[in-house]
Design a protein around this ligand. Structure first.
Ligand SMILES: Cc1cc2nc3c(=O)[nH]c(=O)nc-3n(C[C@H](O)[C@H](O)[C@H](O)COP(=O)(O)OP(=O)(O)OC[C@H]3O[C@@H](n4cnc5c(N)ncnc54)[C@H](O)[C@@H]3O)c2cc1C
Length: 384
């Protein structure tokens, strides 16, 4: 959490809301942490989030269904939350042994202060959209949007669209556009591990994970991918030299791309693959091979970043957990981070269990001083 105070208003002591645990963020990680604390009988845990409801979600299942699921989850586990609250800064008060959390009530504009023994940063890895700075972008006269704003191909019909980025979002959006008859191009700048969901399922089956080393799983996946797709580099999709699962260890921010049908549209020229953008001249976009093509619309599927900052070593400059798993979730003075280890929803669940276990053990040992020796780090699951 950033320490710099950004709230204009000085908050009087009597306006402080005292809790045992404050969780910043009512996404999957925040709700799961609060639920695990509730199951362990930790009283007084409050979740703060600036949104009116639980958050926007990835589009793998209908948004409203997932939001309904999160709301029902929060109700079932008795999660207390205050929405329309944006946490702006937090610092540990040594004298009081408490975290002082400054938030803004986005409805009234009032500054609020929350005080808690424990603070969980669960503000997400994907809080801010990333759009690259392309020289001349301000001259583009057409529709330019981030993938987060893309809903459907309606509105693109009869136009020529460029999708920038070939991760899962970019490949799915390109498929959707091309499938609706939109003249679609996709920028593929780097290398990509294209696979299918069934190959991923085979590779991550418990039996294989248990008995095969990572290199063998990688080789099996590459063989299956070759049988399904052939040589993808012939179509502009070069594979990294490192296998997909070894890659996750080296570059946790790089995910394999699950093909939803985009590749066959690339093969049949319904989707054109282009190299990196170098600059824009009005509706003309210039590419790394020196060629120019005109577009009416651009969708930047160029990812997201975390905006959480902390200078105690728990969260790095990129807003992600600074330390490697399994030592990534616990900081000093009762500070934790959940869901910031690039392990998706699975990682949120692991972090929630670890954090709730640690907090409840600390509380128990304080309630029973003779048991102080029990206040040790939580056991870490072998796959964390
Ligand atoms: C396009 C896309 C597809 C994905 N697909 C998958 C998938 O298939 N499987 C998978 O496991 N994962 C997937 N992920 C990742 C998944 O979305 C995250 O792992 C998951 O959302 C993490 O939950 P979270 O609670 O940590 O963060 P978030 O869901 O980002 O929630 C963070 C919450 O914190 C709140 N917040 C932020 N700043 C503040 C602040 N200052 N004060 C108070 N609250 C704040 C936000 O409003 C938000 O509600 C995908 C992500 C994207 C973007």
């Amino acid at each position: 959490m950033a320490e710099a105070p950004v709230m204009g208003e000085v908050v009087a002591e009597e306006h402080e809301h005292e809790e045992e645990v404050i969780v910043v963020g009512a996404g999957v990680s925040g709700l799961a942490t609060a639920a695990c604390l509730s199951l362990r009988g930790v009283p007084s845990c409050l979740v703060l989030d600036p949104r009116c409801r639980t958050r926007r979600t990835p589009t793998y299942l209908p948004r409203d269904d997932f939001v309904r699921y999160l709301d029902a989850y929060a109700t079932r586990f008795g999660v207390r939350s205050r929405l329309r609250r944006e946490v702006r800064a937090a610092r540990f008060d040594e004298a009081r042994g408490r975290w002082l959390v400054d938030a803004a009530d986005l409805t009234t504009g009032r500054a609020e202060r929350y005080v808690a023994r424990y603070l969980v940063a669960a503000a997400g890895e994907n809080d801010e959209r990333v759009v690259p700075e392309v020289p001349g972008m301000e001259t583009f006269p057409g529709k330019a949007m981030h993938a987060a704003d893309y809903r459907c191909a309606e509105g693109f019909k009869g136009k020529s669209a460029l999708v920038v980025g070939c991760g899962n979002s970019g490949m799915e959006i390109a498929y959707d556009l091309a499938d609706s008859g939109v003249a679609t191009s996709i920028v593929v700048r780097g290398e990509v591990h294209l696979m299918t969901r069934w190959i991923l399922n085979v590779a991550t089956s418990p039996l294989l994970i248990r008995y095969l080393p990572l290199w063998a799983i990688d080789n099996l996946v590459l063989l299956l991918c070759y049988l399904v797709f052939g040589d993808t580099s012939r179509y502009g999709l070069r594979r990294p030299a490192t296998g997909p699962f070894s890659m996750r260890l080296l570059r946790p921010d790089v995910f394999p791309v699950l093909d939803v049908g985009t590749f066959s549209k690339i093969k049949s020229d319904e989707i054109r693959v282009l190299p990196a953008i170098t600059r824009m001249h009005g509706s003309d976009v210039e590419f790394a091979d020196g060629k120019r093509h005109a577009f009416d619309a651009i969708v930047f599927a160029t990812g997201y970043r975390s905006t959480t900052k902390n200078d105690d070593g728990l969260i790095g400059d990129d807003g992600m957990a600074a330390r490697r798993s399994p030592n990534h979730w616990k900081g000093e003075n009762g500070l934790y981070c959940a869901g910031m280890n690039r392990r998706g929803i699975y990682g949120s669940g692991v972090d929630a269990e670890l954090i709730a276990g640690d907090i409840s053990r600390q509380r128990e040992s304080k309630l029973q001083p003779q048991d102080e020796q029990r206040d040790v780090a939580a056991p870490v699951p072998s796959d964390a």
